[in-house]
Design a protein around this ligand. Structure first.
Ligand SMILES: [Zn+2]
Length: 391
């Protein structure tokens, strides 16, 4: 191993340093020129040539939930319509000229980088984002998302999305890919089973309990989804009501060792959290508060989740349901609704927990020796990437 001589080091002393675990005010971050972490040391031990900066220095942010391919839909759907209306509008309005979609994707990625995001859990129904991801500006975990309402057409739905998966497989290694169910209400029981058994699906991302209608269908077969299934004139409903909540129903279909990234959770209660955490070894609950506010003006019960020791992470969702793609913006929304939750409590959600949720904590999420997580300076209203991440 080569020893780094001090002149090749970058030493940064911010007003506050968040290392992935806690905030300190007297520590210095030492990086190589390439951005690999050498050490975090007390300023009295850091030697000379220390660059002082105003603000809070954090490892790069992890955006655990985005749909980059919907970036061209910014501002197209009105706020506070509720989830069923929202999804209906996305399906109706997502088509656009290819060059318009591509330009919006490129612009949205640049905005994420500007906002200090270094890695993204990105939902893909199409291969539209591949051209941009090949440029390697950001780390991506690509969740190829499967939708299929009709139980009798499960095999066809699986094959359709497997083709999208195969396209990504030409560019990305298996650890950056999953074939994942969209939501409990939009994936039929046989399709759930196909996805749960798909080899290499080490990590699944599921839109979970985003609307009260979801639990209503699973518990008593009523509500907005009953009406939707009737409108779709399905031969059979995707999944039969069980008298239990959605999450307590589909848990039965998943492998015992499955790592889970559960998105939204606006209607999840303490019993649901306990039920899942008792059964699966690694569960991350992704909060997308701006999207929740935009779509339904309702946020998840975050204090309850903290009481249940839920491991929380943050996501922006897409520009179809957000004002921007900023993890800091998500933290600000949480503080508006829950002023008792501090920045120091939320920063691990934005960094180390997110890296663990995407299975990249060997390189991202904290200032620990050998990692290259990127370094983000938050100063007043500005967020700035001071050092690049591993990509
Ligand atoms: Zn989403």
């Amino acid at each position: 191993m080569t020893t780094i001589s001090p002149k090749n080091q970058i030493k940064i002393k911010p007003t506050q340093l968040f290392d992935g675990y806690r905030i300190t005010e007297e520590d210095v971050l030492i990086l190589t020129q390439e951005g690999t972490v050498e050490a975090v040391v007390h300023q009295s031990e850091a030697g000379d040539d220390i660059k002082k900066v105003d603000g809070l220095l954090s490892p790069g942010f992890i955006n655990c939930h985005c749909h980059l391919e919907l970036s061209h839909m910014q501002g197209m759907i009105p706020e506070h319509t509720g989830l069923l209306q929202f999804v209906n509008q996305v399906v109706r309005q997502r088509d656009a000229p290819a060059d318009e979609i591509a330009a919006a994707i490129e612009k949205a990625e640049a905005a994420m980088i500007k906002n200090g995001i270094v890695a993204v859990g990105d939902i893909c129904n199409t291969a539209d984002t591949l051209f941009q991801k090949e440029k390697n500006n950001l780390y991506y975990h690509n969740f190829i998302e499967v939708i299929g309402f009709e139980p009798g057409l499960a095999d066809e739905a699986f094959k359709t999305y497997k083709m999208v998966y195969d396209g990504y497989q030409k560019v990305f290694p298996p650890q950056q890919l999953s074939l994942t169910p969209h939501a409990p209400y939009s994936v039929s029981t046989p399709l759930w089973k196909l996805l749960a058994q798909f080899p290499g699906n080490h990590l699944l991302s599921i839109h979970n309990q985003e609307t009260p209608d979801e639990n209503e269908w699973f518990i008593n077969g009523g509500g907005g989804f009953k009406a939707l299934y009737e409108r779709l004139q399905l031969k059979q409903s995707p999944i039969a009501p069980t008298g239990k909540t959605s999450i307590q129903t589909y848990a039965d279909y998943l492998q015992k060792e499955q790592q889970l990234l559960l998105i939204h959770n606006t209607c999840t209660d303490a019993e649901d959290v306990r039920y899942i955490q008792d059964r699966f070894p690694l569960v991350f609950w992704c909060l997308c508060p701006n999207a929740n506010y935009y779509i339904s003006n309702r946020l998840p019960d975050i204090p309850m989740m903290l009481e249940q020791n839920a491991q929380l992470v943050l996501g922006t969702d897409s520009l179809a349901s957000n004002y921007g793609l900023s993890i800091r913006g998500e933290m600000q929304r949480i503080q508006q609704h829950f002023p008792q939750i501090t920045v120091e409590q939320m920063l691990p959600w934005a960094t180390l927990n997110g890296a663990r949720a995407l299975q990249i904590d060997d390189l991202y999420g904290s200032f620990e020796k050998g990692k290259r997580p990127g370094a983000v300076l938050i100063s007043g209203d500005t967020v700035m990437l001071l050092s690049k991440s591993n990509v």
